[in-house]
Ligand binder design. Structure first.
Ligand code: ARG
Length: 459
């Protein structure tokens, strides 16, 4: 009877369905029970609620947990429904559970509590993917492949160097997710609606009981702040964007026959029996769209919200859930696809020198003899007009000789021997020569592999 006014007058009327977050709140059902328990234990320890009442409430919460989210009574949200379920079991004293708190600090605590798990799982997935990249890279330090800029053949590189380029980026994704975790892992509980409470609550104690690394100090910030959701979703959208890049590369490389995805990460056509399609990888590529959409929805919802609590925040939360679920799934798919794909060394070796991809190496060789790099570039650019993929190294070197005479009025041998040019035209030699730190030469890649291993271990 004492809650009749609230229930009847402010039931939401025709807008009740519209206002309810009960279904979406299933995600924080367990978190809310944990938050309720910690709050009740603290209230009892502080002498705000009798031990006997606290025990009854805790027993009711156990019972509600066993019954599950689906058994909750009607409510505007999971917090109200659980409170009603407690009162149904304990009687009016069950209403003491909501002493010295509000749904505003309660929901903020629940979201952070649940999101911690999800962030750790997302970060874990990035680490598994990095391990897969590292593993495959370590098998392919000498597997020469074409490297592209503007999707045009640019310079030969190796499969290891290519894969490690993503390992590095995803390592930063891990850091961003763990950074978001650190700031998410703070307890808003005890902030009440936003303005604190006259009860002698112990905010540090509930934070400790819930495993938080401290509190969000200012009570208005604690109940209204959602920047932790924004940075989490931004980190996920950034990671999804990285994933979309590797997905696109795998799709293009599968098209060229450089890589064959395992059957587990491929799909076929309902009409064309011969087809093997990189469907799961296409969905990974699309996940960047999903995650960016969620980030945009979230930021647009948060933009311009005044202090302190507004119900817009209820609509903000699911953006983060959708993003974390879809991006973590995509990360796992890429890890599996990378770990099980076959790199076709023969096709890669054949393609590595296509499009005069060793031209830069020849220019570098000429410049090392003392010619200005711009002159060397010009010589090789002139040669490039006639060099074709069918030329033998001897034929191509002869064209470089001719171009050198055209540009400098001197024969090639004034600067470098033809043999050295022929050597520089070989993709493997070209790769081996580029041994600057972080470069594709096998020794440089060996250093990168060792560093990456240490970093992955540390994360
Ligand atoms: N369900 C709400 C949310 O997700 C919490 C309830 C706060 N409601 C309110 N009218 N103050 O944020």
């Amino acid at each position: 009877p004492d809650t009749a006014v609230r229930r009847d007058r402010f039931s939401g009327g025709p807008a009740r369905e519209f206002m309810s977050s009960l279904d979406a709140d299933e995600r924080i059902f367990a978190a809310d029970l944990a938050v309720d328990r910690a709050h009740v234990v603290m209230l009892a320890e502080q002498g705000i609620v009798d031990d006997a009442v606290a025990s009854e409430i805790l027993a009711a919460l156990d019972d509600i947990e066993t019954a599950g989210h689906g058994a909750l009574p009607d409510g505007e949200d999971v917090h109200e429904a659980i409170e009603t379920a407690v009162i149904d079991r304990v009687g009016p004293d069950g209403g003491k559970m909501h002493t010295a708190r509000s749904r505003n600090d309660e929901v903020a605590t629940c979201i952070r509590h649940r999101l911690r798990e999800d962030l750790l799982a997302a970060a874990e997935a990035t680490i598994t993917l990095r391990e897969a990249l590292l593993e495959v890279a370590s098998e392919h330090a000498e597997t020469v492949m074409p490297g592209y800029t503007h999707l045009q053949p640019a310079q030969p590189t190796t499969v290891a160097h290519f894969l490690l380029s993503y390992e590095g980026a995803i390592g930063r994704d891990t850091e961003r997710l763990l950074g978001a975790y650190e700031r998410t892992n703070r307890s808003p509980l005890g902030a009440a609606a936003f303005a604190g409470t006259p009860f002698e609550v112990d905010r540090d104690r509930t934070a400790e009981l819930l495993g938080f690394d401290g509190t969000v100090r200012n009570s208005m910030d604690a109940s209204a702040g959602r920047d932790f959701l924004a940075e989490t979703t931004a980190a996920l959208a950034t990671h999804a964007t990285t994933l979309s890049g590797i997905a696109e590369d795998l799709i293009v490389y599968a098209n060229k026959g450089f890589v064959e995805l395992s059957d587990d990460y491929s799909s076929t056509s309902s009409i064309m029996p011969q087809k093997k399609n990189p469907d799961p990888i296409e969905l990974v590529r699309a996940t960047a769209g999903t995650a960016t959409g969620e980030l945009t929805g979230l930021l647009t919802t948060l933009k311009g919200l005044p202090r302190a609590y507004n119900l817009d925040l209820q609509e903000a939360t699911p953006h983060a859930w959708t993003a974390v679920d879809s991006v973590s799934d995509a990360t796992e798919v890429v890890a599996g696809a990378v770990a099980t794909a076959d790199w076709n060394e023969g096709v890669l070796a054949d393609a590595a020198g296509d499009g005069f991809s060793t031209a830069t190496g020849v220019a570098d060789l000429l410049a090392m003899s003392g010619l200005p790099f711009r002159t060397a570039h010009e010589i090789v650019a002139v040669a490039a007009e006639t060099v074709s993929d069918d030329d033998t190294p001897e034929a191509a070197a002869a064209k470089v000789d001719e171009a050198t005479r055209n540009v400098t009025d001197e024969p090639l041998s004034t600067y470098v021997s033809r043999e050295d040019v022929e050597e520089a035209l070989a993709p493997a030699a070209s790769v081996a020569s580029r041994d600057s730190a972080g470069g594709p030469a096998p020794e440089a890649v060996a250093d990168e592999l060792a560093t990456a291993e240490v970093e992955i271990e540390a994360d």
